[in-house]
Design a protein around this ligand. Structure first.
Ligand SMILES: [Zn+2]
Length: 330
């Protein structure tokens, strides 16, 4: 099977092409923009400018908050709220989507973080029948359901921010998630930020959002065009391990035991299982390749992590399946 000589991604990966030297389009994009993507001083300044602009706008509009942050209780969102409040003196509203998939571990971390951070917090839920329909439709059509949470989380973030004059939404997408399919700077941070929901979702759906809108399947809040979506980790370099250590020390955050990542969502193993069924590889494949490009992992290390994910998720228990399908109502 054909493989990129730089990052190890193979020909089965979404949207991949190779040049005559055997280097993939994602590596060539990264190489071209390497300096800009790793200039930590310039990125920090860029981030600070965005923060100051949001503060001014919030003040002018008499808003109670400078920014809204989607808060899952996981390490990334907790870390972002901590830094925005303590380091950047931002007035934060934490915003949690109760999707019915949260684990006790996630709930305990949310409770602890809220008590320690002294941050205002709203949990919202939506009509469960509609939500279940969305999940089951996406599972049937695309063997995927994370996109439903992603869309609803940001749909209601934009709506709520708009209604309350909040000028900025900060999210915890990792640099791996942001760059995993980046082969142009179009709507990709840190090059370009989005001011509306549809542009923001482009980085996740890469064109699918246009088609679903045309089909009338998804509504994109067309009249809301002035709220900037900012991915904190597009401007700040920190490893997962450093984030966890920081939070353990500062607020007594608890790291997940066993399988790494996404311990706050009981459906995560189903998401991995479906990815393997549909694409033949685990969810993190593209994200890990970004770390290889950045020189933070070798190809072998990334392959070993993926192999473990593959072993962990190539099968899921009947119990997990039953719990999942009960939740989404298929
Ligand atoms: Zn590559």
């Amino acid at each position: 099977m054909r493989k990129c000589i730089k990052c190890g991604l193979d020909e089965t990966y979404t949207g991949i092409t190779f040049d005559e030297k055997g280097v993939c389009n994602y590596c060539n994009f990264y190489e071209k923009h390497k300096f800009e993507l790793n200039d930590e001083v310039a990125l920090e300044l860029k981030f600070q400018e965005k923060i100051e602009k949001a503060k001014e706008k919030a003040k002018k509009n008499n808003a109670k908050y400078d920014c809204l942050v989607g808060f899952s209780g996981g390490k990334d969102s907790t870390y972002i709220i901590y830094q925005l409040m303590k380091k950047y003196k931002v007035r934060v509203l934490a915003f949690t989507f109760d999707n019915g998939f949260s684990t006790q571990y996630g709930k305990d971390n949310i409770k602890n973080a809220l008590a320690k951070l002294d941050v205002d917090h709203i949990t919202f839920s939506m009509n469960d029948e509609i939500l279940r329909k969305q999940y089951s439709m996406c599972v049937k059509m695309m063997k995927n359901f994370c996109s439903v949470c992603f869309h609803n989380m940001h749909y209601y973030s934009y709506l709520f921010a708009h209604q309350n004059n909040i000028p900025m939404i900060v999210n915890g997408r990792t640099i791996g998630q942001i760059l995993q399919c980046a082969d142009s700077t179009d709507r990709i941070e840190p090059f370009e930020t989005s001011k509306n929901l549809k542009d923001f979702e482009h980085q996740m759906f890469r064109g699918l959002e246009e088609r679903t809108e045309k089909m009338g399947k998804i509504e994109y809040l067309k009249d809301i065009n002035d709220i900037e979506a900012v991915s904190y980790f597009a401007y700040h370099k920190i490893s997962e391990e450093e984030t966890m250590r920081f939070l353990e020390e500062k607020i007594g955050w608890k790291r997940p035991e066993g399988v790494s990542g996404h311990a706050d969502c009981f459906a995560h193993s189903m998401a991995e299982y479906m990815s393997i069924q549909k694409y033949g590889y685990p969810v993190r494949k593209g994200e890990l390749a970004v770390l290889v490009r950045k020189g933070e992992l070798t190809i072998e290390e990334a392959e070993n992590i993926l192999k473990k994910d593959w072993e962990n998720f190539k099968e899921v228990s009947e119990e997990t399946k039953e719990k999942f399908y009960n939740r989404i109502g298929v």
